[in-house]
Design a binder for this molecule. Structure first.
Ligand SMILES: O=P(O)(O)OC[C@H]1O[C@H](OP(=O)(O)OP(=O)(O)O)[C@H](O)[C@@H]1O
Ligand SMILES: O=c1cc[nH]c(=O)[nH]1
Ligand SMILES: [Mg+2]
Length: 220
């Protein structure tokens, strides 16, 4: 008898799909064309708060002694490297808001990138990162990972600043973009709420959400 064939996984090993029911429900509401900008922003903020839990799940802990009203005890607190959230302008700002609710002490950096509409290459127009980013874990934020060019360029800037501990958070990713990103940065895990079907001829994620920046800021 033939040995049972090994299961095939379409999700690359360093991609973590955050499939919590509340995230998936809210993402469905975001995808709808009829969802207006104010609801879209609120949903993105709520999803980002939940993704903040997932992306920080492996933070190292240490025990400290504290006093409760009744006794002293050993209690856990977060230890280790501090965080830097890096927002990819413009649309990363939508995730940043929710992440800062959960991680208020994090430092914040910005990378300004736009996609050239013809070549789909990422073009940089702004960069401001905290000076001590090399001593921090960076969480790079952009709701859309389409061709992966913007994500790869943003992470390259964070690495160039000396940071060696990096994670990437997106809302929706395309399989093509994940492959490109993981090839460029095999050491950087991607946390995403969905891996969609494919990119269309204009580099948009299908079924996707449309243009995230335009939907967050109501610019179309
Ligand atoms: O994976 P890619 O093919 O690079 O596409 C993804 C990028 O496209 C969008 O930004 P856009 O360039 O539209 O800029 P915006 O956020 O200012 O709208 C999105 O927010 C990502 O940054
Ligand atoms: O589907 C896509 C692709 C790139 N940028 C977006 O905002 N949406
Ligand atoms: Mg955009």
């Amino acid at each position: 008898m033939n040995a049972p064939s090994a299961p095939t996984f379409s999700t690359p090993p360093s991609t973590i799909v955050v499939d919590h029911p509340m995230i998936q429900h809210k993402l469905t509401l975001m995808r709808r064309t009829r969802t207006p900008a104010n609801e879209f922003r609120l949903l993105l903020r709520e999803i980002s708060m939940m993704m903040a839990y997932e992306v920080t799940r492996d933070m190292p802990m240490e025990m400290i002694e504290i006093e409760t009203p009744l006794t002293t005890m050993q209690a856990p607190v977060v230890a280790g490297k501090k965080l830097c959230l890096v927002s990819v302008l413009r649309a990363g700002g939508g995730i940043l808001e929710g992440m800062l609710e959960i991680l208020p002490a994090a430092r914040v950096g910005h990378v300004g990138l736009y996609r050239d509409p013809v070549s789909l290459a990422a073009v940089e127009y702004y960069l401001k990162l905290p000076r001590d980013i090399s001593e921090r874990t960076a969480i790079v934020l952009d709701p859309m990972l389409a061709t992966g060019n913007s994500a790869a360029a943003a992470v390259a800037e964070v690495k160039a600043a000396g940071c060696q501990s990096i994670k990437f958070v997106s809302l929706i990713s395309a399989p093509e973009g994940l492959a490109t990103f993981h090839e460029a940065h095999p050491d950087v895990p991607v946390f995403t709420a969905a891996i969609d079907s494919h990119l269309n001829d204009h580099g948009y994620i299908v079924p996707g959400i449309g243009d995230a920046g335009d939907r967050i800021f109501g610019t179309k």
